[in-house]
Write a protein that binds this ligand. Structure first.
Ligand code: BES
Ligand code: MN
Ligand code: ZN
Length: 491
């Protein structure tokens, strides 16, 4: 499991400038007034800092961008990074500055001097989030000697927020690792093993096997996995950090470890991307890890449905009719619309067993949401305006793209089946909405619910705001913030 890099906190100490760090990084605010550290570096470099920040190159940079001085004068460090910090009122700029520095610093040891502490937390969050790479299967692994030393005026004041940031970043990294793993490694069995390890953090983990799922009547979920040699599982993770009397929040994730489409087989081009079809389950797992690591005072249950969608002689056929745990029957028109079948049973089970105060599901559910929103925003569907607003606020604060989409009975009509209570697809038009309507059929009346279609944001081909190409960990930070703002006992 990849965790965030070590960060040492240290007091203001000018002597550190002469130690053997690879880089020394400083923030330059809009007054361009040099702080104590910059003045010292400027002196040791015979005025290079002043010349740099008065140069055209520096002028052209925007807030959060970095100008580096190479092999500076009599200083041991290879680089001095001047981070343009012109509008320190902006949280996103602070993160961007951290991201930019992380991209430059790679595997080096960095001494960062932060003059004022305002927004230093977001700066560090950006820095840590971007210190991620998935090189598990590169034979010539680079040995990492990364380290960051933060020089602060009052390091002790920063200790607690650094711990919280690291807990969140570790959650994001756990999600990214799971999503980046190939499907021959991260089988349903291996996935459940990795989740069982969360028990060392105080999370109760329970694995439901096929026999139990069948006794519970989860035939919609079991139908999806019946063509695979890998057994279907539902994993329940409970974090009980809040008062006993408080009903939990439930997080439910789609965990299709590989989606071939089943008998409704997907085309070959791009099919390898379907290793990320467990992205929803990955986000649920990462959020649970973050909550446990920061000892959140909240009750949260994470549930994931782990299945593999394969074509074989035992696979589900188009036209099959299955009875869901809720008791309603589903005609499977297209075996590639499998995520909603998995979610329907896990959502029903979550409500029946835990009576949650609210429920959020996450799924790489439809290609249609990518057609609509691209790779910048997840689709947000909800039956509760207030609940939805609190989530949207959390997502905006965490800079994770989220866009609300509509639900309406007119879309639901498209799920009518000739033979069963419903069919699993509603046609090409409004594909992400009809998928959400299908899921809503398994949400009890008056249950506050949010459905997040993360097909476009869970994994990206080019780098995203906080991650290199591949898994992003989208959602862990927003959910973690939503829980800390709205579901925690008074701290
Ligand atoms: N896992 C896919 C959705 C997906 C597509 C995720 C692209 C990430 C990237 C899902 O199971 C699926 O196959 N959906 C179908 C639904 C259709 C058959 C109604 C789709 O979107 O084409
Ligand atoms: Mn599919
Ligand atoms: Zn899928």
């Amino acid at each position: 499991m990849q965790t965030s890099i070590d960060v040492k906190l240290t007091e203001y100490d000018l002597k550190l400038i002469e130690k053997d760090y690879d880089r020394i990084s400083v923030l330059i605010d809009d007054t361009k007034k040099l702080n104590r550290v910059c003045r010292r570096i400027n002196k040791l470099t015979k005025g290079a800092v002043v010349r740099a920040i008065n140069s055209d190159e520096y002028e052209k940079k925007s807030c959060g961008e970095v100008l580096s001085i190479s092999f500076p004068g009599s200083i041991t460090a290879k680089y001095i990074d001047l981070i343009k910090w012109v509008k320190p009122g902006q949280l996103h700029d602070a993160r961007k500055a951290g991201v930019n520095l992380a991209k430059l610093s790679g595997d080096s040891s960095v001494l960062i001097y932060i003059g004022s502490q305002k927004f230093s937390a977001d700066f560090i969050k950006g820095y840590l989030l971007r210190q991620y790479s998935f090189s598990e299967y590169k034979t010539s692994k680079i040995t990492k000697s990364r380290s960051a030393t933060l020089m602060l005026n009052k390091p002790l004041d920063f200790k607690k927020s650094l711990e919280e940031i690291k807990a969140t970043v570790d959650g994001v990294f756990f999600t990214r690792d799971l999503v980046n793993e190939p499907a021959n490694i991260l089988t349903t069995v291996e996935f459940s093993k990795r989740l069982q390890k969360l028990s060392t953090l105080g999370i109760e983990v329970e694995v439901l096997e096929e026999k139990q799922l069948s006794d519970l009547g989860m035939n919609a979920l079991l139908g999806v996995g019946q063509g695979s040699a890998n057994p279907s599982k539902v994993v329940v993770m409970s974090w009980k950090g809040g008062a006993k009397s408080v009903q939990p929040l439930a997080l439910v994730g789609k965990g299709v470890v590989f989606d071939t489409g089943g008998i409704s087989l997907k085309p070959a081009g791009g099919m390898e991307e379907m290793t990320m079809d467990m992205g929803g389950a990955g986000v649920v797992a990462g959020t649970m890890l973050a909550l446990a690591k920061r000892k959140a005072k909240a009750n949260v249950i994470g549930l994931v449905g782990l299945v593999e969608n394969m074509p074989s002689s035992t696979a589900q056929r188009p036209g099959d009719i299955v009875k869901s745990m809720k008791g309603e029957t589903i005609e499977v028109i297209n075996t590639d619309a499998e995520g909603r079948l998995v979610l329907s049973d896990v959502l029903w089970y979550a409500q029946e067993r835990f009576k949650p105060s609210g429920i959020i599901d996450l799924a790489t559910l439809t290609g249609a949401i990518i057609v609509g929103l691209g790779y910048e925003n997840a689709g947000v569907f909800s039956n509760d305006d207030n609940f939805c607003k609190t989530f949207m606020n959390a997502a905006a604060l965490e800079n994770e793209g989220a866009w609300r989409m509509p639900l309406a009975p007119a879309y639901d009509k498209k799920l009518k089946s000739r033979l069963a209570d419903m069919k699993n697809v509603g046609g090409r038009d409004a594909g992400a909405i009809t998928a959400a309507q299908f899921i809503q059929r398994f949400i009890k009346k008056d249950m506050p619910w949010i459905h997040l279609d993360i097909a476009g944001v869970a994994h990206t081909k080019s780098e995203s705001t906080y991650a290199p190409s591949g898994a992003t960990g989208w959602g862990v930070m927003s959910l973690n913030r939503l829980i800390s703002d709205k579901f925690e006992d008074i701290k």
